[in-house]
Design a protein around this ligand. Structure first.
Ligand code: ASP
Length: 324
């Protein structure tokens, strides 16, 4: 390293201090109070439930799990849990994951049928097994063993939508001709004391090829959390995003010093740098650091992220920045 004289040292310190001051004015830290940040409109009631569970003495994993359950149980949310749109055969297959930033342990389920709360099954994979991910038939057996009840997850509305799709000779399929119907609930949270959790739950892309697994239940893609840094989650085209390990990349950018907002943007810019066509991709990300600062960004204006933020007792719905 080059030796540095006292004068330039003082200058660089002063410069750094100005930058830090500007940065902290932009990103107010919320040390001491919990923060819940979720994707989409259905994230708002999910955050509110999570905050309630946390205030009642639940830990952060309980809060994120129970918060996400709200969207899973809501038949009007057609991209998560009960009422989620089915695969090309008319069968609902759900994915979910949750990760604990303290223990650095995750639980996940993929292609889970008949069980409306995959996030709770994922939580039990984390708490009760040495595995991280269970898929398909095995995930269903595990859920039944844990006492979950099998249910028909199609609602009259989602069945009708599937029948209409099926009857349309011009229907979009995923044989290199993508359809678009999705909106995963991703939630990142901090307890205000440096602990972070990330969780997400989805029915994936509507009309997907049976057995298709998106980014959501893949650790490092749909979720990632590390108490040393922060947590991230993602929503959008999981076939595209899985190639970029979005959540762990964002956490790594934050570890190198980026704010959650800059880390989200950096990930999107990296995707475009590697392939300019990604500008048109459905990609949205959210992040939180262990001080409660948040970030949210979408790749493009036509797929801008509505995100829900709960902090200081206030529950809000906001719009993210969009890069293109
Ligand atoms: N990422 C999810 C998937 O591809 C869908 C979504 O977030 O909208 O399965």
């Amino acid at each position: 390293m080059e030796p540095i004289d006292r004068r330039s040292f003082m200058k660089s310190v002063a410069g750094a201090a100005v930058l830090v001051a500007a940065d902290s004015a932009r990103t107010k830290a919320y040390e001491g109070s919990p923060v819940f940040l979720s994707t989409w409109v259905h994230g708002k009631p999910a955050n509110e439930r999570a905050a309630e569970v946390f205030k009642a003495g639940g830990n952060l994993l309980d809060a994120v799990e129970k918060g996400i359950n709200v969207a899973e149980n809501d038949p009007n949310v057609t991209s998560v849990g009960y009422g989620g749109l089915p695969n090309a055969q008319g069968v609902v297959e759900l994915d979910a994951a949750i990760i604990d930033g303290t223990r650095h342990r995750a639980g996940a389920v993929c292609s889970l049928r008949e069980i409306k709360n995959p996030i709770s099954v994922a939580r039990l994979v984390l708490e009760k097994t040495q595995h991280t991910t269970l898929a398909g038939e095995g995930a269903l057996r595990f859920a039944l063993q844990m006492g979950f009840r099998p249910e028909q997850l199609l609602t009259p509305e989602s069945l009708k939508k599937w029948l209409d799709w099926k009857a349309n000779p011009q229907r979009k399929t995923f044989w290199l001709n993508p359809a678009d119907n999705h909106d995963t609930l991703g939630m990142v949270a901090t307890d205000g004391k440096g602990h972070v959790v990330s969780g997400c739950s989805t029915s994936g892309l509507a009309w997907k090829i049976p057995g298709r697994v998106g980014d959501s239940p893949l650790i490092g893609c749909g979720v990632y959390a590390d108490d040393n840094v922060g947590a991230a989650s993602a929503t959008g085209n999981g076939d595209l995003m899985s190639n970029y390990c979005t959540s762990i990349s964002i956490v790594h950018y934050m570890a190198r010093g980026a704010s959650p907002q800059d880390a989200c943007t950096e990930l999107l810019e990296h995707m475009v740098k590697t392939d300019p066509d990604n500008r048109t991709g459905d990609v949205c990300v959210i992040a939180i650091n262990n001080r409660g600062e948040i970030g949210a960004a979408a790749m493009k204006k036509s797929y801008r992220l509505k995100y829900a933020l709960w902090r200081d007792g206030e529950s809000q719905l906001l719009e993210s920045v969009a890069l293109y």
